[in-house]
Ligand binder design. Structure first.
Ligand SMILES: Nc1ncnc2c1ncn2[C@@H]1O[C@H](COP(=O)(O)OP(=O)(O)OP(=O)(O)O)[C@@H](O)[C@H]1O
Ligand SMILES: Nc1ccn([C@@H]2O[C@H](COP(=O)(O)O)[C@@H](O)[C@H]2O)c(=O)n1
Length: 206
């Protein structure tokens, strides 16, 4: 079974993807890390498209360091390189290979249900208001000791939402057959219960 989870920044899609993967015993790929890793290799020359394409083409998934990549700076930089069709094309094959593993996989990102796995058995589009998402991300950054203010995090989220939704290549958009899950008023266990019942309904043919 392939589970495709998309949604805007800090909506909680990664949290749900990890929990669903653990529940079903499936491998999980946080595809945002791919774009963050490309951006990390291009910091200081972000406008060099050829460099970002080369970084994407030569990316080694085994070397991804999630802790180091989950900074606010790399989130913003990732959304710049992710708007380039050449970068997206260079990352396509490895995402397809991951999704094609025997037994299936869980992938989360922005274009999983629309572009990477259009035939996924279960598709979720996870969202929450920008304010709720900013509060969650702010708490997370505080917990990691990364300097931030709520206002700056909210501004970053709005800017990234706008760039990710407006780009011409694989924009952030709900797939027609994805189920919308708004987690604004749900804590993590409630959001997971809702996600699980969506997946189970799809497995049962609903
Ligand atoms: N339903 C929820 N209620 C409260 N906090 C949540 C909820 N879901 C996720 N969180 C917290 O919000 C933060 C962002 O969640 P997560 O990393 O899963 O989002 P994401 O959509 O994968 O983000 P990104 O797109 O930036 O990778 C984390 O600190 C997570 O623990
Ligand atoms: N499938 C994807 C996943 C991510 N992106 C871009 O990367 C940025 C960072 O992603 P996070 O999930 O780690 O926040 C994001 O803002 C997107 O621009 C993407 O384009 N497609």
């Amino acid at each position: 079974m392939i589970i495709a989870i998309d949604g805007p920044a800090a909506s909680g899609k990664g949290t749900l993807a990890r929990r669903l993967a653990a529940h079903y015993g499936l491998p999980h790929l946080d595809t945002g890390l791919l774009y963050r890793a490309v951006a990390a290799r291009c910091l200081g020359r972000l406008d060099d498209e050829a460099a970002s394409e080369d970084a994407a083409r030569t990316l080694d998934v085994a070397t991804l360091d999630p802790e180091a990549l989950r900074t606010a700076e790399l989130g913003e930089a990732a959304s710049v390189v992710a708007a380039r069709p050449s970068v997206r094309a260079a990352l396509l094959a490895l995402q397809h290979r991951f999704a094609a593993q025997p037994g299936g996989a869980v992938l989360d990102g922005r274009d999983i249900g629309t572009v990477i796995c259009p035939k996924a058995e279960a598709k979720l589009f996870v969202t929450a208001t920008p304010e709720v998402r900013a509060a969650r991300r702010f708490r997370e950054l505080e917990g990691r000791g990364e300097p931030a203010t709520f206002e700056a995090v909210l501004a970053d989220i709005r800017k990234r939402d706008a760039r990710d939704s407006a780009r011409s290549s694989a924009p952030l958009v709900k797939a027609d057959d994805a189920v919308l899950l708004d987690t604004s008023t749900l804590d993590i266990p409630s959001a997971f219960a809702a996600a699980l019942s969506i997946v189970e309904a799809r497995r049962a043919g609903g």
